[in-house]
Design a protein around this ligand. Structure first.
Ligand code: HEC
Length: 111
C-alpha cells in the first residue's frame, strides 16, 4: 500500500477514493483519453498532459501541481479553478485528501 502506517480504515477509504479517480483517470503516463493521466502529475505543469479537453479554467490557471495545489484542488475544485470540469470528490475529509496526494506522489515515483 502507498503508506504502510495507514490504519485499515484510512487504507480502505484511500483505495475506494482512488478507485473513483480511476473511473475517469488513467495512472498510465500518456493515457489521457477520458481525463488527464495522473501518472506523473506531481511536479507537472497544471493542465500539462496531452489531454485535449481541458477547461479554460485549468489551462488558464498556470503553475504546477505540488502537494499544496493538489490538496487545494481536490478539496474544492471550483474554488481552485472556477469552471473546471472536475467534479468535487464525494468526501472532503482532510486526512483522506492528504492520503490521496501522498498516493499520487507514490505512483509518480514508481511508474
Ligand atoms: C467524473 C470524472 C472524474 C473523476 C471521478 C475524477 N476526475 Fe480528476 N479530472 C477530471 C477531468 C475531466 C479533469 C480535467 C478538468 C478540467 O479540464 O477542468 C480532471 C483533472 C484532474 C487533475 C488535473 C490534471 C492536470 O493535468 O492538470 C487532477 C490532479 C485530478 N483531476 C485528480 C483527480 C483525483 C486524485 C481524483 C480521485 C480522487 C479525480 N481526479 C477524480 C475528471 C475526473
Amino acid at each position: 500500500m502507498a503508506d504502510s502506517h495507514l490504519d485499515s480504515r484510512a487504507e480502505q477509504q484511500l483505495v475506494s477514493a482512488i478507485t473513483q479517480c480511476a473511473e475517469c483517470h488513467s495512472f498510465v503516463a500518456g493515457d489521457d483519453r477520458k481525463a488527464p493521466s495522473l501518472a506523473k502529475v506531481h511536479g507537472a505543469a497544471i493542465a500539462g498532459t496531452g489531454y485535449t479537453m481541458y477547461s479554460d479554467a485549468l489551462t488558464g490557471h498556470g503553475g504546477r501541481w505540488t502537494s499544496h495545489t493538489l490538496g487545494r484542488y481536490l478539496s474544492d475544485p471550483q474554488a481552485f479553478a472556477p469552471g473546471t470540469n472536475m467534479p468535487p470528490l464525494p468526501s472532503q475529509d482532510e486526512e483522506l485528501i492528504h492520503n490521496i496526494v501522498g498516493y499520487l506522489e507514490f505512483v509518480e515515483a514508481r511508474l
